[in-house]
Design a binder for this molecule. Sequence first.
Ligand SMILES: *Cc1c(COP(=O)(O)O)cnc(C)c1O
Length: 226
Amino acid sequence: MSVAKNYQEIQQHIENACNKVGRDKEDITVIAVTKYATIETAQEAVAAGVRHLGENRLEGFQEKKDALGNDVSWHFIGTLQSRKVKDLIHDIDILHSLDRKSLAKEIHKRAEETVPCFVQVNVSGEESKHGLAIDEVKPFIESLSNYDKVKVIGLMTMAPHTDDEEVLRQTFRSLRRMRDEIMDLQLPHAPCQYLSMGMSNDYQIAIEEGATHIRVGSKLVGSYQS
Ligand SMILES: *Cc1c(COP(=O)(O)O)cnc(C)c1O
């Protein structure tokens, strides 16, 4: 498997999806999810042109960051325990998993600079998934106005693990509608212009439904399974 070839193929698929719905491929940010990848594979991704990397654990994060230098942006996509905030918050560029007020409070306390955050939403309501229920999103975001180190730049979700295209589309559409509602509120602390949705198996559909950030692991840098 060649990471460069995978990346080329993904870029082609992004372009196709964008063309289908009249979007500009420049508006899509590809985050290579390197949680299962070695440092060498992550380096291949960067050599191939990837500029955004996603990790979901603290273990090994610093090592990867040291090896890959500062040419890339680091996205933290995993559940973050409040007591770990101080160990991580200065090293990441964007957090994709803001899902509770206690976490926002801890970020506000520990961060020196404003942290751009996606609020994680569990659109499908599956018990196994993290994130707020869709009807909790608006009151939650409104409640963050005093934590001025936290900037809500968008909403993030993980779609159900299914090949049912209609289920995937409905999930992505619900998130997009909620994003539009939050944007309309014009809250200074929550411009909320972005949508982090779409993974290896569903990123094309996510793009057709408005994704601005896709998080691609296995189809780009491999996984334990493949
Ligand atoms: C692992 C992971 C991904 C990437 O999953 P793939 O199916 O391998 O592309 C994306 N987002 C989150 C939150 C993840 O944990």
